[in-house]
Design a protein around this ligand. Structure first.
Ligand code: TRP
Length: 382
């Protein structure tokens, strides 16, 4: 993907985390400090689990690790004010497993808290920021990506997908109220806009803000939005939070997740590196090949690895078990122990994973196919 104006770090290993680019080794503690967010404390986790029976894997393993105002939202909830969920997707290409991770968690929240989800498909954003994108193409991916979203199991009654280009009439008045209150100076320093940035992109953040507030317009209820999303989206919420109360809304709250690493050495899973990403439509042989080529924490030879063990901390394969494919904490710990001890070699671990991944993808694709018949039920209800 070629960007019209992508603000970027100069040194290759330097961490860059913006809504358009994630590079280098991501230091999550540093992001909490620099973005000024809050870590998820044990107390807060306890509060959440009191409403969800047990703590979700993605909270137990700190895949969601940071927040803004989640405590406020929980307190309001306990006192009878509900919240709505809001998240989204920039439809620039096919969906990979890294995209599914926060959606799985979002579905869990929808189920446990009985809340409505607004989901924004930003076919407009991807058109504006990518030199090579066309609107028919981003709109087509919005439809394709929605099938993947629905396959996760969201409830149609409580799921409101907004396709920006098609549904802009619903967002436009809110977008204008937001845009009027954010200065160019604030937007430039938050997003790194340059003289060469097209003006559509400069205006665009007001459109991502709008779904935070749309619930009141549709229902008359003023409740906060809680946004589960990867932490790279945080700049949008900073500018939105600054103006929310001026417009008579709650500040939108966030719960931030990490990026699922790609299958290479370091770096997040990214559609621009297809060899190190598993897409939902990858056929079984392709999945197998990608996993067999993945970067692991293994040693040069089997004999050496049996003797000295391997390092799951740097292994891209182990991450898959951690993020998605080993729900049982005890079994995960046992896999880690065996790996470090040299009792289980990479081949066995990869074979297990190929099996689990392909089974998961097969079931996902079945539900995705069925979603073609129900997709209209998920379109924002006017
Ligand atoms: N900008 C996001 C992306 O490029 C898409 C998006 C829109 C989004 N609204 C959101 C993501 C809310 C998370 C939460 O992927």
């Amino acid at each position: 993907m070629k960007h019209t104006s992508a603000p970027s770090g100069e040194n290759n290993n330097e961490m860059v985390v913006t809504p358009w680019e994630v590079k280098g080794k991501v230091d999550y503690e540093r992001l909490i400090r620099e973005f000024g967010t809050q870590p998820l404390t044990d107390d807060l986790l306890k509060k959440i689990s009191s409403h969800t029976d047990s703590l979700h894997l993605q909270l137990r393993r700190q895949i969601f690790f940071s927040h803004r105002d989640l405590d406020t939202v929980m307190n309001l909830y306990e006192n009878g004010t509900k919240f709505v969920l809001y998240t989204g997707r920039g439809p620039s290409g096919p969906v990979h497993i890294g995209h599914l991770v926060p959606w799985i968690f979002t579905r869990h929240l929808q189920e446990k808290f009985g809340t409505r989800l607004y989901f924004q498909m930003t076919d407009d954003e991807k058109f504006l920021i990518d030199d090579d994108a066309s609107l028919p193409e981003t709109r087509k991916y919005a439809y394709e990506n929605a099938l993947d979203l629905i396959a996760i199991g969201f409830k149609p009654k409580d799921t409101y997908i907004i396709y920006d280009v098609e549904d802009m009439d619903l967002l436009y008045d809110i977008t204008l109220e937001v845009a009027k209150r954010i200065t160019y100076s604030t937007a430039r320093s938050t997003f790194g806009f340059q003289d060469s940035t097209n003006i559509g992109w400069v205006f665009w953040p007001a459109i991502q803000a709008a779904p935070c507030f749309i619930h009141k317009k549709l229902t008359g209820e003023n409740v906060p939005a809680l946004i589960p999303a990867a932490i790279d989206q945080d700049p949008y919420w900073r500018v939105t939070r600054d103006i929310a109360q001026k417009l008579g809304y709650y500040k939108p709250a966030q719960i931030h997740c990490r990026f699922l690493p790609g299958l290479g050495a370091g770096g997040k899973m990214s559609a621009s590196m297809p060899e190190t990403s598993i897409f939902t439509m990858d056929p079984p042989e392709v999945v197998k090949k990608k996993i067999w080529n993945a970067f692991t924490g293994g040693k040069g030879t089997a004999a050496e690895q049996r003797k000295t063990g391997a390092d799951p901390a740097v292994c891209s394969i182990f991450q898959y078990y951690f993020y998605l494919f080993e729900e049982d904490d005890a079994k995960l710990a046992e896999r880690e122990r065996k790996c470090r001890a040299g009792e289980m070699l990479c081949g066995e671990c990869k074979t297990d994973l190929v099996g689990k991944l392909n089974k998961f993808l097969e079931q996902h694709r079945e539900r995705r196919e069925k979603a073609k018949d129900t997709i209209e039920q998920y379109h924002i209800k006017r």
